[in-house]
Design a protein around this ligand. Sequence first.
Ligand SMILES: C[S@@+](CC[C@H](N)C(=O)[O-])C[C@H]1O[C@@H](n2cnc3c(N)ncnc32)[C@H](O)[C@@H]1O
Length: 445
Amino acid sequence: MTDLSDSRPSIVDLAEAIQNHTETISDYLSQNSLPELSSLSDGYPFFPGTGPPHLDRYPKPPQKVLDARTQAREACESLMQLITGPADQYFYYITQHLNSVALQYLYRFRIAESVPLNERCTFQDAATKAGVDAGQCTRVLRMAMTSGYFQEPTVGYVAHTAGSMLLLDPNLRDAAGYVVEESLPASGKTVEAILKWPQVEETNETAWNLAHGSDLPMFQFFESHPARMERFMGAMRMMSEGEGYDIKHLVNGFDWKALGEGLVVDVGGSFGHCSYSIADTAPKLSFVVQDLEKVIRTAKTERINDRHGERVKFEAHDFFEPQPIRNADVYLLRFICHDYSDKYAAKILANIVSAMGPKSKILIVDGVLPPPGTLTKAEERKLRILDMNMLISFNGGERDVEGWMSLFKRADSRLGLRHMWTPPDSALSLMELDLAQGESVVSPT
Ligand SMILES: C[S@@+](CC[C@H](N)C(=O)[O-])C[C@H]1O[C@@H](n2cnc3c(N)ncnc32)[C@H](O)[C@@H]1O
């Protein structure tokens, strides 16, 4: 088989690799009677078995098939680049924002809802239903079609594809809305923000602040804009549904039962989804979910089908104030530190340190950037997208091991990283910190 570690594979090498990997994939699909891969409206939304278990009815494929998929994607991307050539590639690279503009239009005018399911309609009918100009709507839809969102089965008609149907899912719609209405306007202000505030540490001196005309950090601003907060939460739910961000990694990746009747403080725990999931597997543990006042108020009113009663409590607490719960067994911070520059992430940690007892731990669940060159382009791109979004919105960012160590030192010199590990298939690592002196064990898997 072609060795793709060669840094200059020819287009024929790449095509051969694609042939080999796609045969492995195709054999697997047909031998297991799995759906054919299709981007049409009846296409299955996931590569079978790689979606979140509650949405994807097929079993996870064997590692050999997953590897073939990764390699095929990598080879396709390289082949596409070579065949396109740097100059044409450059044109597409510098005009990528126009895809986002098309998405912004589709989102705002609810075009996906205006196209019937499983049948075609005229562009005019879709536009009339959405209450927009037919000519503009046609132009935007035809732009989106070049990326596989919607199709024109007959001239003048529009129909859904597997991709455009995703816009009908509430969480995926929220994710698109957050991207095109919060992040996209902010993206265009990134350089302006850096020129205005070169220190890049403050949470309210960001591209998002310039774009949205607010002096408040994004989450504080959302407190008085509940619909935008709700939308952000939907986007977070969508992320958590992806394999890499599944809460199961947090639940299975730590020995919660060993804490017995202990107490976990879920700092910035939102509506308590992490605590609820852990509570399901560790029946003796108690939890306090802390978040901003309005989030906690909503969380309390939305405790639908809550089986955990008194075991999961909610408390309004600003993590920039001293932590009121002393001597908890675990202070959990999932997806918190990457939202902040070291200056603020260190404050959050320092506030917890002053409440910790000798047996308390901080458990950070966040990304850890691997050394350059160790990921495929697709994997690296996913991390970089998250990193850029943190920069634009919060002046936060993803950290590598050195970045995390330097943050812990800045928070409190007594704080020691005891373990760092990444559960299989998880995009997030777990970092266990305590105040005991001793050797750190940093293991990437
Ligand atoms: C990215 S979400 C992470 C939620 C959850 N931990 C998870 O893993 O899905 C960040 C959370 O921090 C909360 N938050 C933001 N600023 C806060 C503050 N100053 N004090 C407490 N919570 C805050 C937000 O409301 C939001 O729920």
